[in-house]
Structure formats: structure tokens, C-alpha cells
Design a protein around this ligand. Sequence first.
Ligand SMILES: [Zn+2]
Ligand SMILES: [Zn+2]
Length: 158
Amino acid sequence: MSTPAAIFITLATFAFMEFWAWFMHKFVQHGPLWVLHRSHHIRPSPRPFERNDWFFAIYGAISALLFVTGGNRQHWWFWVGVGIAAYGTVYFFVHDGLIHGRLPFWKKTDNVYLRALNMAHKMHHKTQGRDHSQEFGLLWVSPKYLRLARQQAAKSKK
Ligand SMILES: [Zn+2]
Ligand SMILES: [Zn+2]
């Protein structure tokens, strides 16, 4: 597999995973699999592990399978595995680490984009029930929150 093709497949998978995560979150995790996701909406949360963490194990297993069967980088699906693993890693650091404070070394940021993500996701957690929640995506944030984050940043500089 050529390098540009490998990079393209990895990035396309990463982008698709944001859509996929949004779709799953909205229609499956807040639907038939609420039984797993519910643990993530209860406050205070049942940490250190939530039932919701199974989703990391599921996606981890899928990308591991793609790595193992990917013929040592020869097959296109090896790079799909890389894209899924990369998305999962970013998701974990941003969502679990930064937003939910599960990583002791990363609790605050001045970055406008990350602040906007944080605000949008806190909106998602406004409700503890399965229904009537909003903002199911993570990295794709609506301009409304970017605007709010920019205003906040300007205020804190004064
Ligand atoms: Zn949710
Ligand atoms: Zn969350």
C-alpha cells in the first residue's frame, strides 16, 4: 500500500469515526445500549470504571483485529484499524481526560477549541436520563460554542 493511500485511509477513518461516534451515541447508546451508557450519566459516577468503558474495549478489539489480519501494513483495513485506534485515543484524552477529569495531569486548558468542546459536552450531561439530551458529537463542535468559548477567553484576559 502506498504512503499517500495509507494516510488518506487513516484520516478518512478518523473523520468517519466522529460521525460514527455521534450516530452511535445518539441512536444506540441513548437507545438500546443505554444499559451500558447509563453509568456515564449518573452523578456522582461509579468510578474508577464505568460500564460505559466497555465501548473502549469493543473498539479496541475491532482495531486489534484489523491490525492482526492487516498483513503487516499491506492491506487497506490495517489503516482503518489505525484510524479507529487514533480516534479512540483522542476521544479518551479529550472526553475522559480533559472533560471528565480522569487524568490527573490534564484538567484545564486555555485553548478556545477545547473549551468549546468542553462546553458542548457539559450540555450533553445536563440531563442524567436517556432522553432529551443534546450534543452527541465530540470533536465536531457547533459554532455557537466556539463563539461562547472565545467570549469567555476574552473575559478572562481582562
Ligand atoms: Zn450520553
Ligand atoms: Zn461525557
